[in-house]
Design a protein around this ligand. Structure first.
Ligand code: HEM
Length: 139
């Protein structure tokens, strides 16, 4: 969801009124009606928000800054209405699948080439080795 956000990666916004925003240390004047295209993936892999961005670690989300900039569902009043349902559904499915099956792949998630149609998926089919877990396997 961070390295390969499932949906997007662009979030679109339009300024409803004239405003000023701080960008790269400079104040930028914005006219009403200005369109913004925000790339979620770009800031998900920005060193400034996510140190060592290629590393996968759940500990990241104990850090308030990384938690704030993790935006796979967008944010604000136009964010994804299905996000809580989607999180529950994904956790339930992953729990069942990972409890029973062990997946191995030679691919590196950071460099794996993917593209977005509606959802994000690998450009080339990937090869996974799948094995049924047995009792006593390391989790
Ligand atoms: C992994 C699953 C999902 C991801 C990553 C995802 C991601 C997103 C993103 C990035 C947006 C744009 C948010 C923005 O502009 O700030 C969005 C909008 C939306 N999503 Fe999802 N979504 C997911 C699942 C779902 C599900 C399960 C539903 C419905 C049950 C849903 C319904 C919607 C709707 C209706 C919007 C438009 C909200 C609006 O414009 O006010 N999404 N989603």
């Amino acid at each position: 969801m961070r390295l390969k956000p499932a949906v997007g990666p662009m979030i679109l916004r339009t300024a409803v009124k004239e405003d000023e925003i701080l960008m790269n240390g400079q104040i930028l004047r914005v006219d009403a009606g200005t369109h913004f295209i925000l790339n979620i993936r770009d800031f998900h892999v920005d060193e400034e928000y996510f140190p060592s961005p290629a590393d996968v670690s759940l500990e990241r989300y104990n850090d308030p800054k990384q938690k704030q900039y993790f935006q796979p569902f967008g944010s604000g009043p136009k964010s994804c209405v299905g996000q809580h349902f989607a999180m529950l559904e994904m956790k339930a499915i992953l729990f069942q699948v990972l409890q029973n099956l062990d997946f191995r792949t030679k691919s590196d998630l950071f460099t794996l080439e993917t593209r977005w149609d509606i959802a994000n998926h690998p450009v080339k089919p990937d090869r996974f080795q799948v094995r049924r877990r047995t009792e006593g396997d390391p989790s």
